[in-house]
Ligand binder design. Structure first.
Ligand code: XMP
Length: 512
């Protein structure tokens, strides 16, 4: 495996992606716990990430010094290059010529890093992002590629197998970057390149067994992919030492709660407590129309119900969560950036301390699409694994204003028609999220010879990579007209349908 030491770059997770895409297992550790990760992993090579700091600051992060004496290959990127140079006796200075974005480097020497890929005299596009630069190389290093702004674009010590670069090989704007990383991991470090999800599954099962021992584990299911994959994996590891609790708030889409129950009980035979708390949630929501008040109520009630159920089954030693890598990286951020906003519902926040439980988080190293691949590996059905994200507060934030059972039922019907049409048109996987919203507005219509006075339904569909920004999905008018006709004809309580054309920003994906 490869150990990636994180110095806080925005794109450290992409390094991990590229290495795994090369079939090599890797893990990311923040610089201040890298030494422990090194002991545990016994990696065949180390990658030092970029980061926002300057090595000239007093307290800027460093790689554990003994990494440079371990006899292992090291690839250092951007800030990693600077700290490596600094820690090995070179000199770093602020650059007057700051280079950001697309740049071209010229190959001026040979290196095992691009052996068979690049030759002397060639120019290659890379993606730079740096303020400081190396002024004097440590002993043993020489320059093998440079650009005007970056005389040490790539500097290496071939004998010690230390490779450093000022640019980011992990981003797509460095077209050959993934090949450099694959070359490092496989040819230079000698990793086999045969890592697969099947192997990950086995590794994690062994780890879960070692961590849990004879202890009891409780896992909250949200109905989403992450908690389901975590639960199935943990069950495979420790069987009925695991109990799943599904707090059903009655705010799920049509059929989704049943799907969760039949998947766990029927398909996997995993012990499942299905708490039907619809009445509790809806009665509490009845007086609330402020979006944040609704979210807070749902989050708090969820935790209360979950805690009650956990007590009923006699408690547990461990709480299992489907935490993903993007959640982890935010929470280890040491750069003074914003800390994680824990989504009020998905994370059973505060419970581990309240109930004195330890955490089991087997998906901590994975990205969303890797979780999906693991889900398929574990035999979860495609329709489940490929689901669009669904917010913890569910339909409550898709019914602006006061929520009622009637409104939920109306919305569920409209939403189901919309999604059925999207699936039939083969568009489901091209869309990040699609859903119907039931507006607290009535308009006049005419059906047959009768006047109607019913609710407006808004349709939303967006494309996105991470939910942070989003663009509207450009359906053709005929498709939208078909959905509108079906909804008005088939759903009593809706007589008008509109399409939301707002991107994010300035809109958000959800209406509340
Ligand atoms: P917004 O509406 O902020 O949504 O553009 C971005 C993504 O987050 C989801 N979302 C939530 N998820 N609890 C959740 O678990 C929430 O309160 C919540 N609010 C929004 C939303 O569905 C989208 O994927």
């Amino acid at each position: 495996s490869i150990l990636i030491v994180d110095f806080g770059s925005q794109v450290t997770q992409l390094i991990a992606r590229r290495v795994r895409e090369a079939g090599v297992y890797c893990e990311i550790a923040p610089f201040n716990s890298a030494a422990a990760a090194f002991e545990r992993l016994a990696p065949k090579g180390i990658i030092l990430s970029g980061g926002p700091s300057s090595v000239m600051w007093n307290d800027s992060p460093r790689a554990p010094q003994h990494f440079f004496e371990a006899g292992l290959p090291i690839l250092a990127i951007c800030y990693g290059q600077q700290t490596m140079a600094h820690q090995l006796g070179g000199q770093v200075a602020p650059s007057e010529n700051r280079e950001f974005g697309r740049a071209f480097i010229e190959v001026v020497g040979r290196s095992a890093l691009f052996d068979g890929l690049w030759s002397e005299g060639e120019r290659h596009q890379v993606w730079m992002s740096h303020g400081d630069r190396v002024e004097a190389l440590p002993e043993g290093f020489s320059v093998v590629a440079r650009s005007e702004g970056a005389p040490y674009a790539i500097a290496t010590d071939e004998a010690r197998r230390f490779y450093s670069m000022m640019f980011h090989p992990e981003v797509v704007h460095t077209p050959d970057g993934h090949k450099l990383l694959a070359n490092f991991a496989r040819h230079i470090c000698g990793c086999a390149g045969d890592w697969t999800m099947a192997e990950y599954r086995q590794t994690k099962i062994a780890e879960i067994r070692a961590q849990v021992g004879q202890g009891r584990v409780i896992c909250g299911l949200s109905g989403g992919v992450d908690s389901a994959v975590a639960a199935v994996l943990i069950h495979e590891a420790i069987g009925d030492q695991l109990t799943c609790v599904f707090v059903d708030h009655g705010l799920m889409r049509q059929g989704e709660a049943d799907q969760v129950v039949s998947l766990f009980r029927g398909h996997y035979n995993i012990p499942l407590v299905h708490v039907n708390a619809e009445t509790l949630f809806l009665s509490g929501l009845a007086g609330l129309d402020d979006p944040e008040a609704k979210r807070k109520f749902i989050g708090k009630t969820f935790i209360d119900v979950f805690e009650d159920e956990a007590k009923k089954i006699g408690g547990a030693d461990f709480l299992a969560q489907g935490t993903l890598y993007p959640d982890v990286i935010e929470s280890v951020s040491f750069t003074g950036g914003p800390s994680v906003t824990i989504k009020s519902h998905h994370n059973v926040g505060g419970l581990p301390e309240r109930m004195n439980m330890k955490l089991v988080e087997p998906l901590r190293e994975l990205f969303k699409d890797e979780v999906r691949a693991l889900g398929r590996e574990l035999g979860l059905p495609d329709v489940f694994v490929g689901r669009h994200p669904f917010p913890g507060p569910g339909l409550a934030i898709r019914i602006p204003g006061a929520v009622s059972k009637d409104k939920c039922d109306i919305l569920r019907k409209a939403d189901a028609i919309y999604l059925e049409e999207i699936r039939n048109a083969g568009l489901y996987d091209a869309i990040w999220q699609a859903f119907a919203v039931l507006l607290p507005v009535r308009t006049v219509g005419v059906m047959g010879d009768h006047r109607t006075y019913e609710h407006v339904c808004a349709l939303r569909a967006v494309t996105s990579v991470d939910g942070m920004t989003a663009d509207i999905y450009p359906f053709d008018a005929a498709f939208l007209a078909r959905v509108a006709t079906r909804i008005v004809n088939e759903v009593q309580g809706i007589n008008r349908v509109v399409y939301d054309f707002t991107s994010k920003p300035p809109g958000t994906i959800e209406w509340e």
